[in-house]
Design a protein around this ligand. Structure first.
Ligand SMILES: Nc1nc2c(ncn2[C@@H]2O[C@H](COP(=O)(O)OP(=O)(O)OP(=O)(O)O)[C@@H](O)[C@H]2O)c(=O)[nH]1
Ligand SMILES: [Mg+2]
Length: 357
């Protein structure tokens, strides 16, 4: 994997610094969408000497092609879409569960298409795994954009009371309608939606106070819908995780692979882990250095070298002292997924949407 350290100047007023390969790809994909025919870039190579260059759209395509294409939309997700659509009319409110480390990349754009006028709450689950400062900023961002949002930990139950309160608020309109008719106010029906492995079943179990739904740390565990009566005034519908047929932005596929929402068998795990290491080095260098007991300066090398250093430190070696790639890879992935590097947020809050960069 090539090393890209680019600075991009889109126009005199719009300056954007991009350092990681993921960011470069993100940027190039956005520029392509806007049909720019060339991009002025200052590229800063390993020696940190700035060098100006121009990238043609063909070059941009070639760079984008270097990112492993990750896509996962098996048949059962197509069925889940049908199931969700059929049940949507029965529910009063939708709780969309996202992963707090990727509050935007873990949002299925299809949900926004079908939900439209349905009362809708965003729950940022796995809050314990996210960067706490960024998590606060994300909650504010959702609220500022008009969507009730709450941070959650479905394992400990932190945030659940607030979520139940938001659900009650969102169903007030329905309750008022029943009251106006003089009818018995029926229980609120809430549907939990989310991509695979974000913790939908865990949340339901936590809300129910016991294990009612099957939970495992791999995507695609829930395969059918399941109504669960929580209290006399709240019914919940657990649904299987669903992705969408094409990630327009290739970095979304990567991030979802890193957090474990994509079946590990369908993508090249080794390249995904190398890009993750590069991203961590550029964004959470101290955390990486502490976790693996490697001096921060020693992380200023290629992702492959970082990978080998970690393998050695962790004793992931085969006969003759060769690095055990499989073991090292799994070690890094599970450390990241379990939060052993500390709170990490992968998505950045969009700044100045109108300029878009
Ligand atoms: N650290 C942490 N782990 C969580 C949290 N919520 C769920 N998990 C873990 O995430 C994994 C997936 O949880 P599930 O509840 O099965 O996720 P799901 O969304 O139902 O997954 P599918 O049914 O596959 O779509 C399990 O290992 C849970 O223990 C949380 O708030 N924090
Ligand atoms: Mg589930």
């Amino acid at each position: 994997m090539a090393n890209f350290y680019l600075r991009h100047y889109n126009s005199a007023k719009n300056f954007c610094l991009v350092e990681t390969l993921t960011e470069v790809v993100l940027l190039l994909a956005k520029l392509k969408q806007r049909r720019y025919n060339r991009i002025n870039v200052i590229s800063v190579h390993n020696d940190y000497k700035a060098k100006e260059c121009i990238i043609s759209m063909q070059d941009a395509d070639n760079i984008i092609k270097q990112i492993p294409v990750i896509q996962w939309f098996p048949g059962h997700m197509q069925k889940t879409r049908k199931l969700i659509q059929e049940n949507l009319k029965l529910v009063d409110v939708v709780v969309e569960l996202v992963d707090a480390r990727v509050p935007v990349s873990s949002r299925n754009p299809w949900f926004q298409e079908i939900l439209k006028s349905k009362p809708h709450i965003i729950a940022l689950n796995k809050a314990d795994l996210a960067d706490s400062r960024q998590l606060k900023a994300w909650i504010k961002w959702f609220k500022d954009n008009g969507t009730p949002a709450v941070s959650l930990n479905s394992v400990t139950g932190q945030g659940i009371r607030e979520l139940v309160q938001l659900t009650a608020n969102a169903s007030k309109k329905k309750d008022a309608m029943y009251e106006k008719k003089g009818a018995f106010v029926r229980a609120t029906r809430a549907m939990i939606l989310g991509i695979p492995n974000v913790g939908k079943s865990s949340l339901i179990n936590r809300l129910a106070g016991k294990a009612r739904a099957k939970v495992e740390n791999r995507p695609g565990v829930t395969r059918d819908k399941q109504w669960i009566r929580l209290r006399k005034d709240l019914d919940l519908l657990d649904t299987p995780g669903v992705l969408w047929p094409k990630f327009e932005d290739p970095s979304v596929g990567l991030k979802l692979a890193w957090i474990g929402s994509i079946n590990d068998d369908v993508y090249d795990t080794e390249s995904a882990v190398l890009i993750l290491l590069e991203w961590l080095r550029n964004n959470y260098k101290i955390a990486l250095s502490k976790r693996y007991n490697i001096e921060a300066d020693e992380l200023d090398c290629s992702p492959m070298e970082i990978f080998e250093k970690i393998g050695k430190k962790r004793g992931c070696l085969l006969k003759g002292g060769v690095i055990d790639t499989e073991k090292t890879m799994n070690h890094i992935l599970s450390d990241f997924r379990q939060g052993n590097l500390g709170g990490i947020t992968l998505d950045e809050i969009p700044e100045g949407e109108t300029d878009g960069l």
